[in-house]
Design a protein around this ligand. Structure first.
Ligand code: UN1
Length: 518
């Protein structure tokens, strides 16, 4: 099988990183089972956000010509891949799951280096890809369609799933392997071929995932990787006439541009966008449990999840107690390089994200919220070369403040006081987004009312807003997306076309709606 990992390049070049002991890894685009340098002749560096002296690798800065080559390779592979029986496609995915399992620790460590989140979490990210692989391998043996009686005698009717062709994927940096797996695995089990453009901050984890598939026997060209920046390497995928569908996870702002580009040529497009996820804590809740949930939901992954708990709506009777306890615990969180097992929270992904977090700290203060803890960049000692921010809690936030409305994507959480359950639900729903939501209560009636009334694609009862499992639908309402779901069987709906099939075995012309009308 093609080894798609980097060739070790003996250095001597000027880009050698001191912490890489004289050798750097250069990764090439993976196209048609081979490695190609970008025709742009340019590369970019993938740096560790916890320590920017650590160069993870050098990747191709691709352009439209590279994308075109990848799409052509995918199209050529599709001619054969579509004819491989789905259970056979699934066997490759199953084997890839086993391979990934054996490489879990290495993949997690590499992911922590490129993405920053702590090892416990990167192990979880790799595990999510493994789970997705096992699940999608099962789908290869199901791929259920529909058989149904025809309205005419001696006629059979059914609906079957068919692949689309070449799918373009643009993936984010926060779950660099899990989210790539949510897209790639249902796509290929259904018989499609893919071109994936991973986020420029975290391309290595996509290589690690695709390497496992290649080692498991995936034919050349079924998945192609083109690295680079959105406008240069992502945009050409949107415009390419041979790309039948685009799957994107990222910001609502970019999602709108993608939807517009796809609308122009009727390209199917799946968008997983922002969130501003509320956790409601009622006066009857187990407060200790809610506190653990809040810490994990708000500061896990440094708040860089679309599902992160970014608003905590507290019943007025428990507000003070909860706020005091949360602040005490947030102050104690160990922030640092995720490769150190003792750390609980890593850095922001890059300078731009850190700047955005800091900007919202200012915005929150200027609009009258009370900064209860955090808000500062950590830049002394071990933090000196990374993008670290203190876990930040704002109190006395009102529902229409910008920090309660806009996605920050950092370790910044807003506490909002409510008078009643009804008001909490109103606040929870009073935003543009609708991805995840949570309610802490012991009252089963309220729990079911919340499940019914919270405007979100996901509702947790007595658990924080993060922690989706791969066999359930993942996605949201309102500005969070355009109605598609990843995960679960439903994800196949995006990656397949339904074909209706009629087989008339009557040996006569039977006209539907006419010959059986009376
Ligand atoms: C994301 O928030 O970007 O549910 C994805 C979760 C993870 C996936 C999160 N399983 O938090």
């Amino acid at each position: 099988m093609a080894n798609i990992m980097a060739n070790d390049i003996t250095s001597g070049t000027s880009t050698v990183s001191p912490s890489n002991s004289g050798s750097i890894k250069i990764y090439r685009n993976f196209i048609g089972g081979e490695f190609h340098e970008s025709l742009s002749g340019q590369t970019f560096e993938n740096l560790n956000p916890a320590d920017t002296r650590d160069l993870v690798g050098v990747f191709q800065r691709s352009n439209a010509q590279d994308v075109d080559a990848a799409v052509r390779a995918a199209k050529a592979a599709f001619a054969k891949w579509r004819l491989v029986p789905a259970p056979k496609r699934a066997e490759i995915i199953y084997r890839a799951a086993e391979i990934l399992l054996s490489r879990k620790e290495d993949c997690a460590r590499q992911m922590t280096r490129e993405m920053g989140k702590v090892l416990k979490e990167t192990r979880g990210d790799v595990q999510e890809a493994i789970d997705c692989a096992y699940f999608m391998a099962g789908e290869g043996r199901r791929m259920y369609g529909v058989t149904t009686p025809a309205e005419l005698a001696n006629k059979a009717a059914m609906a079957i799933r068919q692949p689309l062709g070449v799918i373009g994927m643009i993936t984010p940096w926060n779950f660099p392997m899990a989210i790539a797996s949510w897209k790639l695995l249902p796509a290929i089990v259904a018989g499609n071929c893919c071109v994936i453009k991973p986020a420029e901050d975290t391309p290595l984890s996509t290589f690690n995932l695709v390497q496992a598939l290649a080692d498991a026997g995936m034919p050349d060209g079924v998945i192609n990787i083109v690295t680079g920046y959105g406008p240069e390497a992502g945009a050409p995928l949107l415009d390419h006439p041979e790309v039948r569908a685009i799957s994107f996870t990222g910001s609502s702002k970019v999602g709108k541009l993608i939807a517009q580009a796809c609308a122009g040529n009727f390209k199917r497009c799946s968008l997983e966008l922002g969130g501003k996820n509320p956790m409601i804590v009622m006066d009857d809740a187990n407060l200790d449990l809610a506190l653990e949930g809040a810490l994990w939901g708000a500061f896990g992954t440094t708040g860089q999840r679309c599902t992160a708990t970014s608003r905590i709506i507290l019943h007025k009777d428990i507000y003070e107690e909860f706020a005091t306890k949360l602040v005490a615990r947030a102050r104690k969180l160990k922030v640092g390089n995720g490769l150190d097992e003792a750390m609980e929270m890593g850095p922001a992904i890059n300078q731009r994200q850190l700047d955005q977090d800091l900007k919202y700290v200012e915005i929150g203060q200027s609009e009258g919220a009370k900064l209860l803890c955090g808000g500062n960049r950590l830049c002394e000692g071990d933090h000196a070369n990374g993008y670290f921010l203190e876990p930040t809690v704002f109190g006395d936030v009102t529902p229409k403040m910008r920090i309660a409305q806009e996605e920050i994507f950092g370790p910044v959480v807003s506490l909002i006081r409510c008078e009643s359950f009804e008001e909490a639900v109103e606040f929870a729903n009073g935003i543009d987004y609708g991805l995840s939501s949570a309610l802490y209560t012991k009252d089963v009636n309220r729990a079911f009312a919340a499940i019914r009334d919270l405007e979100a694609g996901i509702t947790y009862i007595n658990a924080p807003t993060i922690g989706a499992e791969v066999h359930l639908p993942f996605g949201g309402v309102k500005q969070t997306g355009n109605g598609h779901r990843e995960g679960g069987v439903g994800s196949l709906d995006f990656y397949t076309e339904w074909k209706a099939v009629y087989i008339d075995y009557s040996d006569t012309l039977q006209r539907a709606q006419i010959d059986n009308a009376d």
